[in-house]
Design a protein around this ligand. Structure first.
Ligand code: ADP
Ligand code: ZN
Ligand code: ZN
Length: 731
């Protein structure tokens, strides 16, 4: 009997045996319907065997084999398997989670409706009066198609109620063809069809980078493209992608954030107007995501641009992977399968034998280390691409001495006044949305805290609400102190809304715009706000990290940073690395064009090495300092880590589970296990969180240990929710 080993989306580290009878040919990677317990589930064929350990009577048959899409390729399966092995996560969950939602349903997907129609050669040469005179709709349709080249399905439906039927007959006659993707059509007049933007001559540094990567002949190699903000990294990607397209290959481009996709997408479309390009991210509708995924799978989409989930798009002709802003922690998924899309991109490149370009102005320390030690090859773009766009001058404003008006120093206010007078823009960067980070009672010292998390409740004054930014819990702002009854509670500290208020009274005639997750909540709100900034309809922008990345505002010449000190003395050993990257990135928003830019950072610690390095624009110097510290402390990249995370309603339960897990650890591996401790954020959404750190000098030792330990963990049972986090970023 033929046994199919099926991957199912269940939290068990095993495949499930089913028999295949009378379903015709079945491939690895096919989706099948099976009964599992009392449910029906969709699974993916992960293996085949001639024999099963189950008694023959207990092996159930596969109920249905879906033929709606081609099976997952061996290539993508290899990646998913690697991912499951590396993160010690059940293969079934890894495989099923990589599929677009419609493919996880227990019924086959309906064939996607075509986007539009075009005439074939036969249709183009067909004379209108070859159609019967009374077939007026068909005649008009034929004429319109000849004129327009392509008609959208929606246009055709609007044209006449019987037009959809007419066009289907055209297709049946061989006069018209269905178009699945806008980009199929070279002569399609839609707004995003670019003008075929001209290429500019490369700078010598770009030239070198492009030549180096191309000299690799599309073999596997990881390139670190280390280039300051505005140095033209994107232009380098575009040149390499151009070559890949000419070879008929596919390119995968990963970005850390959905908000960065639209601008990159339009830049790519402008350069390659005739190439089929798709995006993949969580904001697409399920249908769109499936359509884009299928275009990647069939090889038709030559450029796939997306967030970390795009990593798992099947791409049969994959020739290049780009990870832009590779240092960004959004590439790491923080729940379920806790994978790093950057690291798995490197693994994928290695598997298929394709170059991987990691681009950043402030590489992750792990990446930097790999480049310094020769595992990755370093390419540097040391200057801004536009010669007149000098790097902004960065200064610290010592606020331990200066007096502040609503969190703003005189020097920063004065600098903004100057920009206003000159008609230039200022950005005030503050990474805290809401009005104020906390509400406090002046009498007894009560502060607003979330009862479900170890966090404070943020004041949202306009809505008169206190909100937890971690779990979403909300309540009204109390009129009196819940502890002592005192009536004057005060918001403490600065948030974006409060800053907006202060700036409004400081500069009553200025046009002020606040860009944070609250003001950008509405669909299309962010693109609209960005457009207003670009159109110079705004004088002062108050922005969170939402605005820190990627954007290129020509008239923006001042960036003010208020309140950056929080991360300087954090318990998280990566906090300063992240702060540096973030400040470098916001600083990079200033003076992108020919107007010189300046960055003013308000801090109590102006002599801190981090700010000193920042002022010198000295990422390598700062990285060297950090690496020395990490080496002394034996932190990554000088060791490899994994966390066993546990969550329970009671902290003791979580800690007891971890202790049991520690006791169950196999002894004969070269790893160190630390004691269970509570997480930095000990309570989240009503659950107590703790973890146990495992550390090893070699990745191999850590992996070998985790492989054995993971099996033991599944045997521990109990009601504790636990997860392994390999290469953790959050503690
Ligand atoms: P990065 O991705 O490194 O931040 P970009 O590729 O966005 O940089 O380039 C920054 C700016 O410089 C853009 O406006 C881009 O059009 C321009 N640019 C890039 N390369 C060149 C070049 N070789 N010559 C002139 N301008 C360039
Ligand atoms: Zn009180
Ligand atoms: Zn909360």
């Amino acid at each position: 009997m033929k046994i199919l080993q099926i991957a199912l989306d269940v939290p068990l580290d095993t495949l499930f045996d089913y028999s295949a009878e009378s379903h015709g040919e079945i491939h690895i990677g096919d989706r099948v319907l099976v009964s599992f317990g009392r449910r029906q589930m969709v699974g993916v064929v992960a293996g085949m065997a001639d024999h099963s350990d189950l008694a023959p009577g207990r092996i159930k048959p596969v109920l249905q084999v879906f033929r709606d899409t081609p099976p997952l390729s061996a290539e993508i399966f290899r990646l998913l398997r690697f991912c499951a092995d590396y993160y010690h996560h059940p293969l079934g969950e890894v495989v099923l989670n990589a599929l677009p939602a419609p493919l996880r349903q227990t019924r086959p997907v309906a064939r996607a409706k075509p986007v539009g129609y075009q005439l074939t050669e036969a249709g183009l040469t067909l004379a209108t009066d070859a159609l019967p005179a009374r077939a007026t709709v068909k005649r008009k349709l034929l004429q319109s198609l000849k004129q327009a080249g392509t008609l959208l399905r929606s246009d055709i439906a609007a044209f006449s109620p019987i037009a959809p039927q007419a066009i289907r007959e055209f297709v049946a006659q061989g006069w018209a063809t269905e178009i699945d993707e806008i980009a199929d059509s070279a002569h399609f007049s839609l707004p995003f069809k670019g003008e075929g933007q001209d290429k500019m001559p490369l700078t010598p540094a770009q030239e070198q980078a492009v030549a180096a990567i191309l000299s690799g002949q599309y073999q596997f190699q990881v390139w670190l493209l280390y280039g300051i903000t505005g140095s033209g990294k994107t232009e380098v990607y575009l040149r390499i992608i151009e070559q890949v397209l000419q070879h008929g290959g596919q390119a995968l481009v990963l970005v850390p954030e959905i908000n960065l996709t639209p601008q990159l997408e339009s830049r790519f479309r402008a350069r390659f107007p005739d190439t089929c390009q798709v995006s993949l991210h969580s904001r697409l509708s399920a249908g769109e995501r499936l359509r884009h995924w299928s275009l990647a799978q069939s090889g038709r989409a030559q450029i796939v641009l997306g967030t970390r989930l795009a990593l798992f798009a099947p791409m049969p002709k994959l020739m290049l992977i780009v990870v832009d802003e590779e240092h960004d922690s959004s590439f790491k998924q923080q729940d379920g399968l806790r994978y790093s899309a950057r690291d798995m991109a490197v693994a994928r490149g290695k598997q298929v034998g394709a170059p991987v370009i990691l681009g950043s102005a402030t590489p992750a320390l792990e990446t930097w280390y790999n480049a310094r030690t020769g595992r990755y090859k370093m390419l540097e773009l040391p200057a801004r691409a536009i010669a007149e766009a000098a790097l902004p001058a960065i200064h610290c404003i010592d606020i331990s001495r200066a007096k502040l008006a609503n969190g703003l120093s005189d020097s920063l206010i004065e600098a903004m006044r100057v920009r206003l007078a000159r008609g230039e823009q200022s950005l005030v960067f503050i990474n805290r949305r809401g009005y104020a980070p906390v509400m406090r009672c002046g009498q007894c010292g009560w502060v607003s805290t979330c009862h479900r998390c170890s966090s404070r409740l943020v004041v949202h004054l306009r809505e008169k609400r206190l909100r937890c930014h971690h779990c979403g819990h909300e309540s009204r702002i109390p009129s009196t102190c819940p502890d002592c009854g005192n009536a004057d509670l005060a918001p403490i500290g600065q948030g974006t809304q409060r800053l907006e208020e202060s700036l409004g009274s400081l500069f009553p005639t200025a046009r002020i715009l606040r860009v944070d997750r609250d003001s950008a909540r509405r669909k299309h709100a962010l693109p609209e706000m960005l457009a207003r900034i670009h159109a110079a309809e705004v004088d002062i922008v108050i922005g969170t990290q939402l605005l820190a990345k990627g954007h290129d505002f020509k008239k923006l010449t001042l960036v003010g940073v208020v309140n950056a000190d929080g991360a300087l003395y954090s318990a998280d050993f990566r906090a300063s690395e992240r702060l540096f990257a973030q400040l470098m990135q916001v600083a990079g928003r200033a003076g992108r064009d020919t107007l010189p830019g300046i960055v003013l950072i308000q801090t109590q610690f102006p002599t801190h090495p981090l700010f000193q390095a920042l002022i010198r624009h000295d990422y390598p110097g700062f990285a060297a300092t950090l690496l020395t510290e990490r080496k002394q402390a034996e932190f990554p990249p000088y060791c490899h880590q994994a966390l066993l995370r546990a969550e329970a309603p009671q902290m003791e339960t979580a800690l007891a589970f971890l202790q049991k897990a520690k006791d169950a650890a196999p002894g004969d591996f070269d790893v160190s296990l630390f004691d269970p401790v509570s997480a930095q954020m000990a309570r989240l959404a009503g659950m107590e969180r703790a973890h146990l750190l495992v550390q090893a000098a070699s990745r191999g030792a850590l992996q070998a240990f985790l492989g054995v330990w993971n099996k033991a963990l599944f045997g521990l049972g109990g009601s504790v929710r636990w997860a392994l986090d390999v290469d953790p970023l959050e503690f």
